[in-house]
Design a protein around this ligand. Structure first.
Ligand SMILES: C[S@@+](CC[C@H](N)C(=O)[O-])C[C@H]1O[C@@H](n2cnc3c(N)ncnc32)[C@H](O)[C@@H]1O
Length: 274
C-alpha cells in the first residue's frame, strides 16, 4: 500500500469541515480520499488512470470518476461539487504505477514497451514520440521537461539509432542513453524517461488547466492544496499563484528531512481563494 508522503500535512491544510465538498484530483490508491471521508468531508475523486481508480469501500459520500483533472470545472459541475470547499492534488504517479505495470513509466523494466500513457485511450505513446519527433523537437522535449544536460546528445543518438531499428522498449531507450553518457547513470535515465512521460501525457499543460479550473471551482476562502515532486512542476504552481494574485498561505519543503530521494523533493503548496 502506497503511503502518501504528505498526506497528513496536506489534509490539515485543506481544513476539512464536516459535510463540506472536497475534490481529490489524483485518487491513486485513495489515501487522500479515505482521509477526507474520515474527517467528515464528501469527496469527488478523479484519476486519469482507469486501473488506479478502484474503490472497494463503497460510500454514499464519495464519487469516483476516470477523467483528466484538467476538466475539473466541468466535472465539479456535473457531479454537484460546484462550488467546492477544497481541492487537493498529489501530482505525479503512484509508486504502484512506477514500480511496473507494463507501461514503461520506469527505466528499470527493460522488457516494458515504451508506452507511458496514463490513460490508455490517449492517442500518442512514448514509442510514437521517440520514433517520429524531429531531432530538434526531441531536444526541446528532453531539455524543457527535465533540464537534463545531455538532452542534445541523447536526441542526436535517438535519431541515429531509430534509422537502424525502431525504438520500442524501455531497454532500447536505456541502451541509447547509456551509450551517450558512457556509463550507467541513473539520474540521466530518470530525467529522460520523466521528460518523455511528461510529453506523452501533456503533464505541464494539464497542470495549468487544472490550476485554472480548481480556483474556478472553489468557494471564497476555499483551499487548493498541491503536492509536487519535482521543481519544474512546483515552479508552475508557484508562478500561477503569483501571476494570478492568489494568496499562498502555506508552503512546506521536505528537502532537509532524511527521506528517500523521491520524498526529499516533495513540496506542498497551499493557495487560498480570496
Ligand atoms: C501520486 S499519485 C496519487 C496518490 C494518492 N494521493 C493516494 O493517496 O494514493 C498520482 C495519481 O494522479 C493520477 N494522475 C496523473 N495525471 C493525472 C491527470 N491529468 N488527471 C487525473 N489524474 C492524474 C495518476 O494516475 C496517479 O494515480
Amino acid at each position: 500500500m502506497h503511503t502518501p508522503v504528505l498526506l497528513q500535512p496536506a489534509l490539515d491544510a485543506l481544513n476539512i469541515r464536516k459535510g463540506g465538498l472536497y475534490i481529490d484530483a489524483t485518487f491513486g490508491q485513495g489515501g487522500y480520499s479515505r482521509e477526507i471521508l474520515k474527517r467528515g468531508g464528501r469527496v469527488l475523486a478523479i484519476d486519469y488512470d482507469g486501473s488506479q481508480a478502484r474503490w472497494l469501500n463503497k460510500s454514499d459520500k464519495m464519487i469516483l470518476v476516470v477523467d483528466n483533472f484538467s476538466r475539473i470545472e466541468s466535472l465539479a459541475k456535473s457531479y454537484g461539487f460546484f462550488p467546492a470547499d477544497g481541492v487537493v492534488a498529489d501530482l505525479g504517479l503512484s509508486m504502484d504505477q512506477l514500480a511496473g505495470n507494463g507501461r514503461g513509466f520506469s527505466y528499470k523494466n527493460d522488457q516494458d514497451p515504451l508506452d507511458m500513457r496514463i490513460n490508455k485511450s490517449s492517442e500518442v505513446s512514448g514509442c510514437d514520440i521517440i520514433n517520429s519527433y524531429s531531432q530538434e523537437k526531441l531536444y526541446e522535449v528532453f531539455s524543457k521537461n527535465s533540464e537534463e544536460v545531455n538532452s542534445r546528445s541523447v536526441a542526436d543518438a535517438v535519431v541515429v539509432s531509430r534509422r537502424i531499428k525502431k525504438i520500442e522498449t524501455v531497454g532500447d531507450l536505456k541502451k541509447i542513453i547509456d551509450g551517450v553518457v558512457g556509463r550507467e547513470d541513473a539520474r540521466t535515465k530518470a530525467r529522460i524517461f520523466q521528460a518523455l512521460r511528461i510529453e506523452v501525457n501533456q503533464e505541464f499543460a494539464n497542470l495549468k488547466l487544472f490550476l485554472e479550473g480548481a480556483v474556478g471551482v472553489l468557494k471564497k476562502e476555499g483551499r487548493l492544496v498541491v503536492v509536487t515532486f519535482h521543481s519544474l512542476e512546483d515552479r508552475i504552481v508557484k508562478s500561477f499563484a503569483r501571476n494570478r494574485g492568489f494568496k499562498e498561505t502555506g508552503k512546506k519543503n521536505f528537502g532537509f528531512q532524511k527521506r528517500s530521494r523521491f520524498e526529499r523533493s516533495a513540496m506542498l503548496r497551499v493557495i487560498s481563494k480570496i
